[in-house]
Design a protein around this ligand. Structure first.
Ligand SMILES: N[C@@H](CCC(=O)N[C@@H](CSC=O)C(=O)NCC(=O)O)C(=O)O
Length: 281
């Protein structure tokens, strides 16, 4: 599969790059960003952290605002940052910021008009990792993280794929999308009205059924305007306690939902993932 380099910018001795490619799974052209530490120019292969962004984001919000490159360079971790939905004039969209382009919710849509392109789950679990592993000096050690809608994506993808990731983390994730307005709107639109199908994309439900105990870190700002209505970390925590799942959920006084919060704690998340990505048993 062809990858076209769109831009390459030096950062902390590494390279922040953006690529464009044709996605067979999404049936459209996609962009994604990659940070390659300077060490990645040799023969060695490096572990990867996939970062999933939130509503309204492209692949550029995280690379431009989180300041993750310094620690990724120091730790020797490749960052892969996909877009949040299929894109293009031929791709269905909605007037709202919380559905359609920029709001793919990391699911495989079954409903019209979304089904032809909105297959973000398969894109992230199958097509993109295969592309990354064929074209960059990366190993098969993968971790996954994300913010808000992307936190939901990271948690659900990790929980649905035991053995695929060494660790998962999230900032301000949508923890129980079946029970919040953002999730109800997206899941009804992409999957239809049968709520048993929604359970496949709800981290709180998936965690209560999980067979694997994956290292899991969640950071949540206490001044986040979306906390009570949309995010519901307490539902996930209750499921974790009931299942004996080792969830590390940290609340931080004073922080909101923005990338200022992410930039403050991204070093902690990268070090958390490095403990599992870099230490092979
Ligand atoms: N436009 C909306 C909210 C949009 C918003 O806050 N998006 C967040 C993710 S929210 C959950 O997925 C985001 O990351 N925005 C991009 C950024 O660079 O900050 C509104 O105004 O309510």
């Amino acid at each position: 599969m062809m990858l076209e380099l769109v831009s390459k910018t030096q950062s902390f001795d590494g390279s922040q790059c953006q690529y464009r490619h044709r996605s067979d799974v999404l049936d459209c052209e996609m962009r994604f960003s990659v940070f390659l530490p300077s060490q990645a120019e040799g023969e060695q292969r490096f572990p990867v952290l996939y970062w999933l962004s939130g509503l309204t984001c492209t692949d550029e919000n995280f690379s431009q605002k989180a300041g993750a490159q310094r620690m990724a360079a120091e730790l020797g971790i490749v960052l892969v940052i996909p877009d949040t939905s299929p894109r293009g004039e031929e791709v269905a969209d909605d007037e709202g910021y919380d559905l359609g382009q920029g709001a793919g919710f990391y699911v495989n849509a079954t409903q019209a008009p979304w089904k032809p392109h909105y297959q973000m789950y398969d894109y992230l679990v199958e097509e993109l990792p295969a592309l990354v592993e064929a074209n960059f000096p990366v190993s098969d050690r993968r971790a996954i993280s994300g913010h808000s809608m992307g936190g939901h994506g990271a948690l659900t993808i990790a929980l649905k794929n035991p053995g695929r990731y060494t660790s998962v983390s999230a900032f301000s994730p949508i923890c129980n999308p079946m029970a919040c307005p953002w999730g109800e709107k997206a899941l009804a639109s992409y999957l239809g009205e049968d709520k048993t199908l929604w359970e496949e994309y709800d981290a709180t439900v998936l965690l209560s059924r999980a067979s694997e105990r994956l290292p899991m870190l969640i950071s949540q700002g206490e001044e986040d305007a979306f906390l009570e209505e949309q995010l519901k970390p307490n539902a996930l925590q209750a499921a974790a306690r009931a299942a004996g799942y080792p969830l590390k959920l940290e609340f931080h006084a004073g922080y909101d939902h923005s990338y200022y919060f992410i930039a403050t704690f991204i070093e902690q998340h990268l070090r958390f993932h490095a403990d599992y990505l870099l230490h092979v048993d």
